[in-house]
Design a binder for this molecule. Sequence first.
Ligand SMILES: NC(=O)c1ccc[n+]([C@@H]2O[C@H](COP(=O)([O-])OP(=O)(O)OC[C@H]3O[C@@H](n4cnc5c(N)ncnc54)[C@H](OP(=O)(O)O)[C@@H]3O)[C@@H](O)[C@H]2O)c1
Length: 395
Amino acid sequence: MGFKGELLVCAILECETMEEMLSSMEKAKEEGADLVELCINSMSFSHISEVEQLLKQRTLPAIVSFRTFCRGDSKKTCLQVLQLALQLNVEFVEIELEVASNVVMTELMNKRSNSKLIVSSYIQGGHLSKEKLGNLVTCLQCTGADAIKLVVDVVYITDVAPVFHMLTHCQIPLIARAVGDRGLISQLLGPKYGAFLVSGSLGGNSIPGLPPLASIKQVYKLEYMDVDTKVFGVISNPVGHSKGPLLHNPAFRHTRYNGIYVPLLVDNVKEFFRVYSCNDFAGFSVGIPHKEAAVECCDEVHPLAKSIGAVNTIVRRPTDGKLVGYNTDCEACISAIEDALRERRITNGQASHASPVAGKLFVLVGAGGAARAMAFGAKSRGARIVIFNRNFGKN
Ligand SMILES: NC(=O)c1ccc[n+]([C@@H]2O[C@H](COP(=O)([O-])OP(=O)(O)OC[C@H]3O[C@@H](n4cnc5c(N)ncnc54)[C@H](OP(=O)(O)O)[C@@H]3O)[C@@H](O)[C@H]2O)c1
C-alpha cells in the first residue's frame, strides 16, 4: 500500500480493548475503509504481547500510532509498540515529532523493511499562520520520514485554509486533519488539494470533524474529487442538520458536474468570504443565522433579496468572481403554502385565480432572515401579518 493512486479512506480507531479494536476493524471494512489507524495509546494492555496479537490478527492495512501525550507511560512503551509494528511489517508506523529524535529515527529506519514511516505533529491552540505551519512542515520533512502528518486544532473554519495550502505545496505525502466540527472541510475538500488519505468515523461513533465513513463513500464520493472540483456549500451555524449534501451531491453526479456540496460551519460570514475568495468556491446556500449579514458580503444583490433584506443563495459569477446574492426562500415558501391552499380549494370546489393567501392572517414565529422573506412574500400577496418574536425591536 503506497501514497500514489486511489484515495485512501482511513477509519480512526480508539478502543480500550483488543477485542473492541478487532470488531471495530471489521465494521470499518464493512463501511468501506481501506485502512485503519490503530491508536494503541487508547488501549489498556498489561503486556506488549496483546498488541502483537492485535497486529497479527488485523484484517485491514493499518497505521499504528501511539500518542505519548495521552498517557503517563511514556516514550519507552511508545517505542516498544512502534518497533513491534515495524517488525510485523505493519503498512504505516506513525511517530510523533517530539519522540522522533535523530537517534530514534535512525534506529526505526534500520528496523523497517516494508513499512512506511510517518512523523506527526499535533497542534493545539487555534489560529496558525501559513508561515508557522510551513516551518513545522519543514521540521517534519527534515526527519527523513516517508510521509508526514499534521493534526491541527482549529477555532474557526477559516483556520483550515493554511492546511489546504500545506497540502498543495508539501514536497512529500502529507496527511492533514483539522480537529473539531469547524475542521470537517479538511477531510471533505482535502483531495481537491492533493490529499492521498482522508479519515472518517465509524457509523454510530461520531467524532467532531470526521465525516462518517459511509458518507465519504456514498454521499461525497471523494474518490472522484480533483483539483478542478468546484466547491459549494451551506453556510450556517448550526449546520449538522442540513440535508443539502444529501440532495446536491447526487444531483451533481447525475448531471456529471464536477462539484461537491459540503456543510460549512461558519461563525463570521464576512471573514469566511475574505478567506475563501477564489473562484473554485463557486456557490453557497445561506442558513441560520447569516441570511441578513450575508447581504453585506455580496457585490450585487437581486432586487427582491434587497427588498427583503436577506439572501439565502449566493453565486460567485465565474466571469469576474463577484458574489451575487438572491433570495429563493420567499417564492419557495409562499408558493408551497399557496399550492397547498389551492389544492384544498379545488377539493372543496372553490377554485380561483387569486392568491389563496390574500386576505388571510399570516402568523410568523421568529423575525430573522427566513421570517423576513416570508413576511415580504405574504404581504405582497395581500395577507395580513402577525409576528411573534422575543425581541420586540426586531419586528
Ligand atoms: N426549511 C427551510 O427551507 C428553511 C429555510 C430557511 C430557514 N429555515 C429555518 O428557519 C429558522 C429561522 O432561520 P433564520 O435564518 O431566519 O434564523 P435567524 O435569522 O437567526 O432568526 C432566528 C429567529 O428565531 C428567534 N429565536 C432564536 N432562538 C430563540 C429562542 N430560544 N426562543 C425564541 N426565539 C428564538 C430569533 O429571535 P431574536 O430576533 O429575538 O434573536 C429570530 O427571530 C431556522 O430554524 C432555520 O433552520 C428553514
